[in-house]
Design a protein around this ligand. Structure first.
Ligand code: NDP
Length: 327
């Protein structure tokens, strides 16, 4: 049986990406075969598809770091045919064929049951980005940041992680300040629950080691000078959850906020996140995320539109989340 997928190849003709028809016999080893319903384009997929960063580690590679679908065959006792499943990370779409595809064969250990009451489309509207937003919220909570305790800054606010973080935080009663380069999206960010919108230009240039204390907590998706400035303006004992690098991988900051104000810099990783925390994050997403707002955050495309959309995403032109109906 054949299936369609977005494939990255690198050989004497160079690095190239195309939608291809593949034969099922070419799928990698794994104990579960999944018929994929929906996938998505995350920032990392954008980097892989455009070749802007060395995300693809094997060639050819079916790209896509996550998917949601239905088990077709299983050699694992944990999943059987007909089970609906979700996968995020674990190197899928990097070192193992991924989710921008109609079929995937993966290890059962990487799968989680689709959390009720989500559909596969909703699970991919959330995707790795939204699951990371929840990991960031959990990082703030773990360090004692509570609703009513002061303003929370969310950077890269109109992006996937940022949009879902705003929605989750506002629903829990936090006061959210959204930093964006798309000030024209102010109405969208307010609809998600942002109390105030700031222009990201106010944060993106190198600043002082310490600034006036403002943030009780920060969810930073962009890194670089923005992350350093966010730390510099975090209040005594506050927490900065750092998960992204859309501005830069650099951290041109000072230790002053950490040693003079007891600020915590909490790193957030979704790829190798242990299964119990992963399940907790998804359980909470299913219970807490406003599904009407998720609809407003998501735009659906087909496999044919993946490559140009990935380019736009890397250029910072995409709002919210992209769901890919692979069929
Ligand atoms: P998106 O592309 O959806 O959003 C990124 C947003 O960052 C953009 O929409 C834009 O928001 C802002 N941005 C883009 N370029 C710049 C720039 N040069 N300077 C400042 N801000 C910029 O990506 P995601 O939300 O999916 O991912 C965000 C980041 O989080 C990425 O770096 C991604 O790799 C990382 N990530 C990390 C994970 C982990 O496990 N640690 C998991 C998932 C994502 P605006 O226009 O509103 O400013």
């Amino acid at each position: 049986m054949s299936f369609n997928a977005i494939v990255i190849r690198k050989d004497e003709s160079g690095y190239r990406v195309a939608k291809e028809e593949l034969d099922e016999s070419t799928l990698p080893e794994g104990d579960v075969l999944v018929a994929i319903d929906h996938s998505t384009i995350n920032y990392k997929d954008g980097l892989a598809i455009t070749g802007k960063a060395p995300i693809a580690r094997i060639f050819p590679l079916v790209t896509g770091i996550d998917f949601a679908g239905t088990v077709r065959e299983s050699a694992s006792g944990d999943f059987g045919p007909g089970d609906r499943v979700v996968l995020n990370g674990w190197g899928v779409g990097e070192t193992h064929w991924g989710g921008l595809s109609q079929l995937a064969r993966v290890k059962a250990d990487w799968l989680i049951p689709l959390p009720a009451p989500l559909t596969t489309r909703q699970a991919m509207a959330i995707g790795t980005a939204g699951y990371t937003s929840m990991l960031c919220v959990m990082a703030l909570e773990d360090h004692g940041v509570e609703p009513g305790g002061g303003e929370i800054l969310v950077t890269g606010a109109s992006g996937g992680v940022g949009s879902i973080a705003i929605s989750l935080l506002a629903k829990r009663g936090y006061t959210v300040v959204a930093s964006t380069g798309k000030t024209s999206e102010a109405d969208y960010l307010k609809l998600l629950g942002a109390a105030e919108i700031i222009d990201r230009a106010t944060l993106s240039q190198p600043g002082k080691p310490l600034a006036k204390e403002r943030w009780a907590g920060v969810i930073d998706t962009v890194g670089g000078a923005t992350l350093a400035n966010a730390c510099a303006a975090t209040r005594y004992g506050g927490v900065v959850a750092a998960c992204g690098m859309a501005q830069s991988l650099d951290f041109p900051g000072s230790v002053a906020p950490f040693i003079l104000r007891g600020v915590t810099l909490a790193g957030v990783d979704s790829v190798q996140c242990p299964m119990p925390r992963r399940l907790k994050a998804w359980e909470r997403l299913a219970a807490e995320l406003d599904l009407d707002q998720l609809e407003a955050i998501a735009t659906e495309i087909g496999l044919d539109e993946v490559i140009p959309t990935a380019q736009q995403l890397i250029e910072g032109k995409v709002r919210g989340r992209i769901v890919v109906d692979v069929n």
